[in-house]
Ligand binder design. Structure first.
Ligand SMILES: Cc1ncc(COP(=O)(O)O)c(C=O)c1O
Length: 344
C-alpha cells in the first residue's frame, strides 16, 4: 500500500488544515497564567457564549477538563455517578479516585445512557450504608451508545433527578457539537440542566490540541486552581487557542457531512457483515460494530487494503469519520470491505 492510509480509528487523528495553521502562526499571544493571552481569552469567551455559561477555561485535554470538573464539583469519599462505560469510568486511568478521592459508580449502561430513575435508585442506596453521592456525569454523544446523542427529554429527566437531590451535573461533551448537529439544536440547549460542560476542539472539530470547560464563574475560578495543580496551566497557549477559534468558526457546519458518511459506511458494513451493526442506530460520526461479526484478522486485512479502523473495547470494532475523511475515502473503504467479505 502506498500513499496515506485512510484512518478511521478515531476523530482525534485529524491534522490542522492550511487555514488553521495560518491562524496559529498569526495568533496574538501573551502569558495565559497572567490571564494575558488575547487568543485564549477570546476562545474562552466564545466557548462560554456558545454553551450559555458565565465563564470557560481552556485546557490541554478533555481528560483534564473532566478531572478538574470532578475535583471541583464532588467531595472526597463520595460516589460520582456515570454510565458504566463512560470515558470518565473507563479511560481516565482511575483519575477521579486519585485526583478527587471519589469512587465512580457505574450506572446501568446498555448504550451509554441512564435515566432519572437510575439516579434516584443510586441515591436510595446511600440510605443503606453506601457512600453519599456528590455528582452526576453524563457523556454526550455517548461513545458506548455508538455515538448516539442524548435527546432533550432524556437529559431533562436526569437533570430533574439531580436537582431533586441537589446534585451538580457535569457533561462530558467531548462531541457535544456532533450531538447538537444530530438533534438539530444549539449546544447550549443540550446543557441547560448541567452545572459544567466540557467540549473538545481536538475531535470532530479538527483542532490539534485542547478542550474547554464551561460553567459558572465561581466553579471556573476553582477550576483554574485545579488546572494549575495538575500542571495544565500553559503560557503562550494562544497558538493553540487560535486553532480552536478557527475550528469553531469553520468546522461546525460540516459535521453533518461526517454523520452522513458514517451512515453510508454503516450501510456498507451491515451489507458486507450481516449482524455487525444496525445502521439506523448511527446518528453521528461513529460506526460501532459487534466485533464477533467480522472474519479473523479483519483489522490487519483492512490495513493491508489501506484502511485503519480500531477496537473501542474487546467486543466493539469502530470506524469514525472526521475532517480528513472525504467521499472518496468512504468509497475506497467500502470497496475494501466488500473485498474482504467476498474472500471470507
Ligand atoms: C467521550 C470522551 N471524553 C473525553 C475524552 C478525553 O479527551 P482527551 O483525549 O482530549 O483527553 C475522550 C477522548 O477520546 C472522549 O472520547
Amino acid at each position: 500500500m502506498t500513499g496515506r492510509m485512510i484512518d478511521l480509528r478515531s476523530d482525534t487523528v485529524t491534522r490542522p488544515t492550511d487555514g488553521m495553521r495560518r491562524a496559529m502562526a498569526e495568533a496574538e499571544v501573551g502569558d495565559d497564567v497572567y490571564g494575558e493571552d488575547p487568543s485564549v481569552n477570546r476562545l474562552q469567551a466564545e466557548a462560554a457564549e456558545r454553551m450559555g455559561t458565565e465563564a470557560a477555561l481552556f485546557m490541554p485535554s478533555g481528560t483534564m477538563c473532566n478531572q478538574v470538573a470532578i475535583a471541583v464539583l464532588s467531595q472526597p469519599g463520595t460516589d460520582v455517578l456515570a454510565a458504566g462505560r463512560a470515558h470518565v469510568v473507563r479511560y481516565e486511568m482511575a483519575g477521579a479516585a486519585r485526583n478527587a478521592g471519589v469512587q465512580l459508580k457505574g450506572l446501568p449502561d446498555d448504550a451509554g445512557f441512564f435515566t432519572g430513575a437510575d439516579v434516584d435508585a443510586a441515591l436510595e442506596s446511600s440510605a443503606h450504608h453506601q457512600p453519599p453521592v456528590s455528582l452526576v456525569c453524563i457523556e454526550n454523544t455517548a461513545q458506548a451508545g455508538g455515538g448516539r446523542p442524548w435527546r432533550a427529554g432524556e437529559l431533562a429527566d436526569v437533570a430533574a433527578s439531580a436537582a431533586r437531590h441537589s446534585l451538580p451535573v457535569h457533561c462530558d461533551g467531548a462531541r457535544i457539537f456532533n450531538a447538537a448537529a444530530a438533534v438539530g439544536i444549539e449546544p447550549r440547549g443540550l446543557v441547560e440542566g448541567c452545572t459544567t460542560v466540557m467540549f473538545c476542539l481536538s475531535k470532530g472539530l479538527g483542532g490539534p490540541v485542547g478542550s474547554v470547560l464551561c460553567g459558572p464563574a465561581g466553579a471556573i475560578d476553582e477550576a483554574r486552581q485545579e488546572r494549575r495543580r495538575l500542571g495544565g496551566a500553559m503560557r503562550q497557549a494562544g497558538v493553540l487557542a487560535a486553532a480552536g477559534l478557527y475550528a469553531l468558526e469553520h468546522h461546525i457546519e460540516r459535521l453533518a457531512e461526517d454523520h452522513a458518511r458514517a451512515r453510508r459506511l454503516a450501510d456498507g458494513v451491515a451489507e458486507c457483515f450481516p449482524g455487525s451493526i444496525d445502521p439506523d442506530g448511527v446518528e453521528t460520526n461513529m460506526v460501532c460494530c459487534d466485533a464477533s461479526a467480522f472474519p479473523e484478522k479483519f483489522l490487519a486485512r483492512l490495513a493491508d487494503r489501506g484502511v485503519l479502523a480500531g477496537m473501542l473495547d474487546p467486543d466493539t470494532l469502530r470506524f469514525t469519520t472526521h475532517l480528513d475523511v472525504d467521499d472518496d475515502s468512504v468509497e475506497a473503504t467500502l470497496t475494501a470491505l466488500a473485498d474482504i467479505a467476498r474472500k471470507g
